[in-house]
Design a protein around this ligand. Structure first.
Ligand code: ATR
Length: 279
């Protein structure tokens, strides 16, 4: 492959598990674009130097995953509004000789819902966000942008308060109370690791939610978490978390390779196959 073809990669530690090469590789191939997308493992002690000297990697741009999202942000000459609000980047690209950073997780979260449940945010009311890690930040940012009143609840209360304080439009809720939401809650999202790998489910009682309420999970291994199974059985609307992973990749691909790719059923089936779930 010639050196002037666009080259992107995902940077993380560990990075072997990342499904980004599968997603971008699918788009490169199906769109017939000459270019590449690789994995680069960068240990934490080498991360500052790597991002500072990003030019010498020869990359057109990159995705950044754990644990480097905050370090990468500090190496950027400019940040998108979302990246600034979250203090973390997952997408790097060049504008001339300036390295810029974006955080596309909130975009991915919203775009997935837009695709799976069109009109879902037309009458935003009260959203309950469970968890307070990095993913919760993106979800709260996105929901506030769409006009929801966001109640955040996390097992460790200090982290709840810290997250709620970052975003006007978000308030801190109590974890135990959040496990029994009432009919005012129209949207519930799990950003905790509960349910991952088929482990213990989020112990939330869904009985008082109205039938129009939406329950979504950002856990996508398995794609159908225990929470989503229970929500569907209760007659609620559900959206799984796989689409967030797929949609968050779109803006980076467009910046590096010049074409805006689509999240198709075909792509979803490829990734589902990799996860080992039925399509
Ligand atoms: P992220 O990848 O989103 O940054 P993280 O920082 O690892 O994730 O956070 C995982 C989330 O799952 C946290 O909100 C964590 O709650 P604590 O802050 O109290 O640790 C939540 N979590 C993990 N196990 C949990 C459990 N058994 N019950 C409730 N919440 C749990």
């Amino acid at each position: 492959m010639s050196d002037d073809l666009p080259r992107a990669a995902v940077i993380g530690w560990p990075v072997a598990h990342s499904r980004s090469p599968l997603i971008h590789g699918h788009w490169l191939k199906s769109l017939g674009i000459p270019g590449s997308y690789d994995r680069i493992a960068v240990p934490p002690e080498a991360a500052d130097g790597f991002f500072r000297d990003f030019r010498s990697s020869g990359l057109t741009g990159a995705n950044v995953t754990l644990p480097h999202k905050i370090r990468a942000a500090s190496a950027c000459a400019g940040l998108s509004e979302a990246a600034r609000a979250m203090g973390a980047v997952n997408t790097l690209w060049w504008e001339g000789d300036r390295l810029l950073g974006d955080n596309t997780d909130a975009y991915g979260f919203l775009a997935n819902l837009d695709q799976r449940l069109p009109g879902w945010s037309d009458a935003p009311a009260t959203a309950l966000v469970l968890g307070a890690g990095g993913a919760a930040r993106a979800v709260v940012y996105g929901l506030v942008q769409r006009g929801f009143r966001v109640v955040v609840a996390n097992r460790t209360a200090a982290r709840t308060a810290e997250l709620a304080a970052l975003f006007p439009g978000a308030v801190a809720g109590d974890w135990a109370a959040a496990m029994a939401p009432d009919g005012d809650t129209t949207f519930v999202v799990n950003t905790t690791s509960l349910g991952m790998g088929g482990g213990p489910d989020l112990p939330i009682d869904l009985a008082r939610l109205e039938p129009e309420a939406i329950v979504t999970d950002i856990v996508y291994t398995p794609v159908e978490t225990g929470l989503l199974t229970r929500a569907r059985a209760a007659g609620l609307r559900t959206v799984d978390g796989l689409g967030m992973l797929l949609h968050q990749a779109v803006p980076g691909f467009e910046r590096w390779f010049g074409v805006r790719p689509e999240v198709t059923e075909d792509l979803r089936a490829r990734v589902l196959d990799d996860i080992g779930a039925p399509a």
